[in-house]
Design a protein around this ligand. Sequence first.
Ligand SMILES: Cc1cc2nc3c(=O)[nH]c(=O)nc-3n(C[C@H](O)[C@H](O)[C@H](O)COP(=O)(O)O)c2cc1C
Length: 482
Amino acid sequence: MKLPLIIQGGMGVGVSDWRLARAVSLEGELGVVSGTGLNSMLVRRLQLADPGGHMRRALANFFDQSIAKKILDTFFVEEDEIENRHFKRTALPAIKLPVSVQRIYVVAGFVEVWLAKEGHSGSVGINFLEKLQTSNLPTLYGAMLAGVDVVLMGAGLPKEIPGVLDKFARHEDASISVNVIGCSDASKYKTTFSPLAISAHVKTQPMFRPKFFPIVASSTLAHHLMHKSTGTVEGFIVEGMQAGGHNAPPRGPMKLSERGEPVYGERDAANIKEIRELGLPFWLAGSFGSAERLVEALELGANGIQVGTAFAFCDESGLAKHLRDEVIQHWITNSGIDGEPVFTDLQASPTGFPFKVVKLPGTLSEKEIYDQRPRKCDLGYLRQMVVLEDESIAYRCPAEPVEDFVKKGGKSEETLDRKCLCNALMANIGLAQTQEDGYHELPLLTAGDDLINLGQFLQPGRQTYAAAEVLATLKAKAEGES
Ligand SMILES: Cc1cc2nc3c(=O)[nH]c(=O)nc-3n(C[C@H](O)[C@H](O)[C@H](O)COP(=O)(O)O)c2cc1C
């Protein structure tokens, strides 16, 4: 695989879906699908009659048609039979999942990568958040069945993943440790995925081991992953706190700015010299989305850059079109409206990591709108596991009803202002749930500080731009330098 100059960063849920990744790969760079929430995306797209037939086309190429048929029979709804927007869900992620549920994850990982790779020979990656330990393995295996070229993983220390990739490439069982609050032995609880349990025919499928690029915020983390992982690491994404999505917390005691954002200092910037000395390829991320910054990254010895925000608002992005348009109108073409567009929110994400929120009317970024949402946890990707006094495991999310969270040993102050990212992020891509009580889930957008620079991709008189235009703009000054 030729190493890319530009990696289109993985953006969940479904912002970097197969269309965006494919568009970038077709231009010769690395397109990356998000691996987060793919099972819910697949079953909801099917319940909306699968516009364009893309899910069904990919399903028809899954090696075990009995599995594909079962999923279709359970979830597909014809257009004239769609009654409401109350979607049937699959079981919530857990340490042990029924095989029928694991199959949906596998197929969903396969479908997204298969579509991104359809009809060309460019490379495609998949991105996971390390924190989503209970849903990553089957999705990863499915992505490998579709021939994913690179696995990228951030938001944690994914040192067990390289060994998992080696095992899955041989269709062997693989396990990873899961973090359980209240258990000091980090390796006591494991989640395992067994390819043979999915289908007796898996071994007939060709497999190769993708490259592994962990996403790190420091050279210490990169060094640790390079030397302490269960297998090889092939490169790093070095991401700063300007990036969209979740950010690493600042080092040391938390200090807040006047606006209430975490204050980062010099210590938080990765030491690029030390990264370079590790000798592996690396890409810089976090407000590197311009021609000048690509040149700067190359001069620092990087292979290139990873860019998210610029792609999140392009034509091929999975974000609902009206939200992309509103953000561009509100913050770019009418720029100057009420202050800063992006707020680094310490409370928003149930993970406890800082999360960048785009301020946009009509979304959960507005307190009065957020306060109207009845608390509920029904997707559960971000649930924490906790060991109770009787040694049983409970699953809890700081965004669920406060009394439920407290019953499971959580502190009520941990629930303050926590947003249900799972439902909001599904709403961002046009797959919002209408709950049984009639509440319609609302969006909450994320983007990096680079949001204010989107104007550079807009041709005069236009309000939209394509992924290819982002790539051309970014590469404008780097010709001959890579
Ligand atoms: C909408 C959005 C969603 C994101 N989701 C994820 C994610 O699920 N996993 C991840 O590792 N990074 C995620 N990121 C970070 C990007 O992959 C990328 O590293 C980052 O956006 C680069 O910085 P930039 O936003 O300044 O271009 C997200 C970024 C955006 C803008």
